[in-house]
Design a binder for this molecule. Sequence first.
Ligand code: FES
Length: 100
Amino acid sequence: MAFVRVADESELTVDSRKIVIVSGQEYALFNVSGTVYCIDNACPHAGGPLGEGHVDSGAVSCPWHCWYFDIKTGEGLYGLGIGVGSYPCKVEDGAILIDI
Ligand code: FES
């Protein structure tokens, strides 16, 4: 699939996050020190919203049971080590696009 526009750049300020929906699927966007990353929003444990989790040192912890994941790669860093999908991002003409 090609890059699709999911938000305005102004909606994702530095060190913020946003949940977006594309074709019924939720994705979590993170702006980490000015770079945009995208991973699946649903935690593989029980579906917790990773886009609402606590972010620290490039990782996000699930707000439900605290499994945590590398925001850049989706790698699982706790729990069973199960990761989530991560997707290329780019910013063009004031818009955030993700390649899903
Ligand atoms: S749903 Fe995310 S850790 Fe349980």
